[in-house]
Design a protein around this ligand. Structure first.
Ligand SMILES: C[S@@+](CC[C@H](N)C(=O)[O-])C[C@H]1O[C@@H](n2cnc3c(N)ncnc32)[C@H](O)[C@@H]1O
Length: 248
């Protein structure tokens, strides 16, 4: 099964995003129905992985939606998209990008003046903790995977992100960090989708994928008291949500 198919079966992120959209829709100042919108990191727009883009084209095609394989860190591509979007969404992507400042600067560059973005990104999960632990082991350390995944937002993500946004030229409409438990029904499938994504992002040589996946799953299980494969798990997660408007 492809990474995109595995990911489409996971509903944890969808539940979080829908709840936050409901909470904050009043802060999104839509001007009309003709706004040019972009979803960075899959969905309706761009993703670094071709597999995600193909999946979007096949399963969510619409005459008004374009899909493009694109790395949001690619300067050449960004230059072709300057000041184009009224509204930008990015869900569960920022933590995978090693340099938060460059990520946010690129989002700023592709927004129009007065354009607004809504970003949700996990800052702490058991996956982050397991990654950090695995990368203390020399076998994995040499691949330096821990750098590009789970960017460190420091102990105070709201303060850190607010400061960055203001320096880049955004007005911060909202920045808050949520700590919640979210129920996961298919924990093994969830972990498999997460590991598949790391692998597809080019983090590890193919011959090590299997052993890495097994160790990752095992450590995740230990973190949740050796949960059985079919048991529901109430997973703790911390995720900052921020809405910001391009000022200059
Ligand atoms: C955890 S998934 C989230 C997908 C979707 N936004 C959601 O909420 O279900 C993260 C996605 O970010 C994409 N991604 C990671 N780094 C990226 C980059 N530099 N440019 C564009 N997309 C990237 C990955 O390929 C992956 O599909």
């Amino acid at each position: 099964m492809s990474y995109a198919s595995k990911w489409s079966n996971i509903d944890v992120n969808k539940r979080i995003v829908l709840r936050q959209l409901k909470n904050y829709c009043d802060l999104l100042k839509w001007k009309n129905y003709k706004e040019n919108c972009i979803d960075v990191g899959c969905g309706e727009a761009i993703d670094k992985l071709d597999d995600m883009i193909q999946f979007g084209r096949e399963h969510n095609s619409h005459e008004k939606i374009e899909y493009h394989t694109m790395d949001i860190l690619n300067d050449r591509m960004i230059k072709n998209m300057l000041n184009q979007f009224d509204r930008l969404f990015s869900f569960f992507v920022s933590h995978l990008i090693p340099d938060t400042r460059t990520f946010l600067t690129n989002l700023h560059n592709i927004l129009k003046l007065d354009g607004q973005m809504l970003v949700i990104t996990p800052s702490d999960t058991i996956f982050k903790q397991v990654s950090s632990e695995l990368y203390q082991d020399e076998r994995w350390l040499r691949y330096k995977l821990q750098k590009p995944i789970f960017t460190d937002y420091t102990a105070n993500p709201v303060h850190h992100i607010t400061g960055l946004l203001q320096k880049i030229g955004f007005k911060v409409d909202l920045c808050e960090s949520n700590k919640q438990f979210i129920s996961v029904h298919n924990f093994k499938g969830f972990v498999a989708a997460i590991v598949d994504m790391y692998q597809n992002l080019g983090a590890l040589p193919t011959e090590l994928w299997q052993v890495f996946s097994e160790e990752f799953l095992q450590k995740c299980r230990e973190k949740c008291n050796n949960l059985g494969e079919d048991e529901k798990y109430d997973m703790p997660i911390e995720f900052p949500v921020f809405i910001a408007t391009k000022l200059s």
